[in-house]
Structures are given as structure tokens and as C-alpha cells.
Design a protein around this ligand. Structure first.
Ligand code: SAH
Length: 347
């Protein structure tokens, strides 16, 4: 087991069976997890020092055509409160974010049919013109390659699209009426080809997922060699079919984050909101497992509660754009600080 950790720390890639053994070891033996996290933090510090990048998250719509079993915004959830930001509201959020010091905006949302290419192009172009120095990240689900191309031309730089799971049977069971894992991977390949900085990733602990599945996710992540990797625990939402399922494990999530860091030393890896929601110390523990990004919420305050992909989602305090001072103080307690630069991927 320790040999696997050493090999990873030397930059060697492990195959899925080896990664599976290591994950099981880390889940059962706190010393294995500790060593894994130690090397992951060392690797992250070699790349990024003690700085943590911040991204302002603007949740543009809670309407969604998809029906993902785990997500509170799934179309079958009739109790979900739906909202959609207007272009003006997005511009206001961006203005506030820019003043606060954000140099990356992330427009994330459900797959909202009213988000046509024309509409998105006009919003992105406005942002690009007003803020030539920011990175614009999109996280709007699956679209056509032509659409991704137009959004890129309008000024988008990065795209987050978690692959969710590398097991296509599990993928189908979690995403009824979706176009399947291969289509999702095709989207990721298109985004890469178009020159986006691309993020993939998955939840830890969703129903039906085994540790060997997580190992395959990590193997795929290494193979795809993306610029960003998002990994967080599954958290239940009661108005979904998985509402009674237990949340994902903190230890396993930290182990997966640490392995992702060792597999992809340059990657931008967030300490996710889900991690911060799962545990009061989650955000810092993510950083102390090799994460180097935090994504505070910049959405207008009246809609934050409505973007409920899971329950009790943290969107206030240190998870909020207004809470940057508190976030800085929290990072300081472990010797880290906010890095105010744009934080692009370094090739
Ligand atoms: N519609 C966009 C954005 C989805 S929200 C897209 O398809 O990419 C971003 C991520 O939140 C998802 O990719 C999913 O991995 C995660 N997520 C959704 N529901 C969740 C839950 N109940 N617990 C934890 N993470 C969840």
C-alpha cells in the first residue's frame, strides 16, 4: 500500500486495480490516508505555493431538462423552486464580484432550454468586453460542439463538465433519459479540441458506486489529462429518489482528491462546496489533501437557496463572495492565503 503512495508521489501512474487497492487502504487505515494527503499537499505546494485561487460562482438557472437521480434540480422534482437570472442580474453579480477581487466568473446552471446560443453569446460577449482580464468559466451541461464553439468565440475560456462516473451502467442508472457516458465524454473531447480549459470529476458515495468505480474514475481522469478536476461527496436531497441515502464518506473523498492531485500535479482542483457542506472542516481538509481552488457563491442572495442540488448547501459565510475576509482568515489558520490572480492552468 505504502509502495503505491510512493510510486504516485514520484509521478508514476497507477492502474485502476492498484488505485482501488489504495483507496480501500486509505478508507480503512488512517496512516495510509495521512501519507497520501501529505504527498498531495507537497505536490500542490510545489506547483502553487500556499495560494488558493478563488472563483466567483454565479448560478444562472435552476431550470433543468435532465432528471439526474441525485440532483434536487431534476425535472421530476415538482417541489423545486425555479428561477432564471436575467442578463442584467448576471452582469450585476459580475460587477460585484469584480469589485470584490474575483478574476474568474463561473456561470453554472441546469440545462435550461431558454439558454440558446444567441442569448449566452450575448451575455458572454458583454462580460468579455467589460472585463477583458477575467476568465469566464461555463458549467451548463451538454451542448453541441457547434454551440461550445460559439460560446468559446464569444469569450468563454473554461468549461466544467463532470463525467460523473466512468461506469456506463452506473451512469445510465443515475441519468435516466440521458445520452449516456460516451456522449458525455464526447462533449469533454469537443471542449478540449476547441481549446477550453476543461474540468471533469465525480461525486463520492452515490448509490451503486463501488470503490473500484472510483478507481476507474481516477484512471480516466489521469488518461483524459484535463486542466480541472472536481470531486465532492454525494449529499442527499429529500425530493429525489436518492433522498434517503447516506452522504458520501469524508475520508474517501479526501483520498480521491489527494490521488487526483498526485496523478495531475498541475490540475486546478477545488475544495468543493459539497465538502464544506459535509463537514465544518471540509474546506480546509480539502486543501490539506491537495486542492487549490475555492468557489464562493456570487449569485444574487435571493436565489441562493433555490439552487438546491442537495440540501443545506453552503452558500453563506466563507462559501459566499461577501465572506472573502472570513475565508482569508480561515485559510491563514493553516498557513495558506487567497491568491487573487486569475489562476489559469500552467502547461
Ligand atoms: N448542469 C450542469 C451543472 C451541474 S451542478 C452539468 O450537467 O454539468 C454541478 C455538479 O454538482 C454536478 O456535476 C454533480 O456532480 C454535482 N451534484 C449534483 N447533485 C449533487 C448531490 N446531490 N450531491 C453532491 N453533488 C451533486
Amino acid at each position: 500500500m505504502l509502495e503505491f503512495v510512493e510510486r504516485l508521489s514520484r509521478g508514476e501512474k497507477l492502474n485502476a486495480p492498484e488505485l482501488g487497492q489504495l483507496l480501500k487502504g486509505a478508507a480503512h487505515d488512517s496512516n495510509v490516508l495521512k501519507l497520501l494527503r501529505h504527498y498531495a499537499v507537497r505536490t500542490a505546494q510545489e506547483q502553487f505555493g500556499l495560494g488558493v485561487y478563488i472563483r466567483g460562482l454565479i448560478e444562472v438557472s435552476s431550470y433543468c431538462r435532465c432528471d439526474c437521480m441525485y440532483c434536487g434540480l431534476r425535472r421530476s422534482n415538482r417541489t423545486a423552486e425555479r428561477y432564471r437570472l436575467t442578463a442584467d442580474e448576471i452582469m450585476l453579480s459580475a460587477e460585484e464580484g469584480y469589485k470584490l477581487g474575483f478574476r474568474t466568473f463561473v456561470l453554472q446552471g441546469g440545462e435550461d432550454g431558454t439558454h440558446t446560443d444567441e442569448w449566452l453569446v450575448s451575455v458572454i460577449s458583454k462580460l468579455r468586453t467589460l472585463y477583458p482580464d477575467v476568465a469566464i468559466t461555463l458549467s451548463l451541461g451538454e451542448r453541441s460542439e457547434e454551440s461550445y464553439r460559439r460560446l468559446k468565440e464569444a469569450g468563454a475560456n473554461r468549461y466544467l463538465l463532470r463525467h460523473e462516473t466512468a461506469n456506463s451502467e452506473l451512469y445510465n442508472s443515475l441519468h435516466p433519459s440521458s445520452r449516456g457516458l460516451e456522449h458525455r465524454l464526447d462533449c469533454l473531447r469537443s471542449l478540449k479540441k476547441l481549446g477550453y480549459q476543461v474540468g471533469m470529476g465525480m461525486m463520492i458515495g452515490v448509490r451503486g458506486q463501488t470503490i473500484d468505480d472510483i478507481a476507474k474514475d481516477l484512471e480516466l481522469i489521469a488518461k483524459m489529462d484535463c486542466q480541472m478536476v472536481g470531486i465532492g461527496p454525494f449529499l442527499p436531497h429529500k425530493a429525489t429518489p436518492l433522498g434517503e441515502e447516506p452522504a458520501g464518506s469524508l475520508e474517501l473523498t479526501l483520498a480521491a482528491v489527494a490521488i487526483a492531485r498526485l496523478l495531475l500535479p498541475h490540475a486546478l482542483i477545488p475544495s468543493t462546496t459539497a465538502l464544506a457542506t459535509l463537514s465544518p472542516t471540509g474546506r480546509l481538509e480539502g486543501i490539506l489533501s491537495g486542492a487549490n481552488v475555492v468557489m464562493p457563491n456570487l449569485s444574487p442572495s435571493d436565489v441562493r437557496a433555490k439552487y438546491a442540488i442537495y440540501e443545506n448547501k453552503a452558500s453563506w459565510g466563507k462559501e459566499a463572495a461577501e465572506g472573502l475576509e472570513a475565508l482569508e482568515k480561515e485559510l491563514n489558520t493553516i498557513g495558506y492565503h487567497i491568491d487573487w490572480s486569475r489562476g489559469d492552468y500552467i502547461y
